[in-house]
Ligand binder design. Sequence first.
Ligand code: 13P
Ligand code: SF4
Length: 350
Amino acid sequence: MLDFRTMRHELAETYDLAPNPELAEEMKDLYAKMDRVVSPPDWAVAAPYVRAINRLKKEKNAVILAHNYMTPDIYHGVADFVGDSLQLAIKATEVEADTIVQCGVHFMAETSKILNPSKTVLIPDMEAGCSLANSIGAAGIEQMRAQYPGAPVVTYVNTTAEEKAHSDICCTSSNAAAIVRALPEDTVIMAPDQYLAQNVARQVPEKKIVWWNGACVVHERFTAQDLKDYRNWNPDTTIIAHPECPPEVVDESDFSGSTSGIINYVREHKPSQALLVTECSMASNISDELPEVDFVGPCNMCPFMKKITLEKILWSLHAGVDEVEVEPDVAEKARVAVQRMIDLSRELGI
Ligand code: 13P
Ligand code: SF4
């Protein structure tokens, strides 16, 4: 558990973190990437943290791998690499720096550690979890195996290392359908996201897919009626949904894909109005890059992703906390499932 008082006191003693309009002006090139969504006073507050983090990264030979759901100050200000879960996992295998600071949720940090075990992997808040990870547990996976003998277990990458260690292969939102299609078996167990599994089942009708009843707290909140209402308001609205949304929500959308798939779709099509049916920071992060697109929709935030802040990233680098460890025997088994996914994705050209 983070001790905020100690953290704030020690950071204030060590770094010049007072709001600084002059520094904000000096760093205006960085600010230009987010000035539509971050106010000038907020940037004056953030700039000293961004400067301190970027200096400390060099001193400590660290890199920041950040998920697409990070806030714009993190996404544009301090990340060395941004991406979806598959891209972050692949990038983790290539990191040469001593330390990875994972700006995302815990399972992403575990995946980095599994794939590049000699590195120190830090997460700025150990409580950055995920409603999907650990919703099935190793016992649940084994229960499903017993129920469907011979069926391979495809776990979503949003799982703990222990759950991955009990599966045959992992998948992410960008490769789930292709991975399931490529498996030789006719019946496939998908866990733990029921909606991802149901969406894949529609894309791969030739297989019987059975699933666990987990759900993402962000995406399960969207309803088909929400989307219809936006479309009734403006029939030209382009709707793009993450596959963690229920199938009837995906049905109402023009495209469904991973977080990076969503960003690329908007970059390519440049719709006049877009509703991104996913976490709220996604639109903020590309708003400056695509001023011609009017982003609409509710701001559904992931409470876990939002635990990661500039202040905690600075503390993480400063104090070398919190280090993410995975038991070697669990890591070894989990690595097989994650690496199989990466290798198969490469083979399939994803
Ligand atoms: P992506 O792999 O699409 O980035 O999804 C990760 C996630 O947690 C979505 O909620
Ligand atoms: Fe997990 Fe959903 Fe948050 Fe993604 S958005 S990390 S799936 S709770």
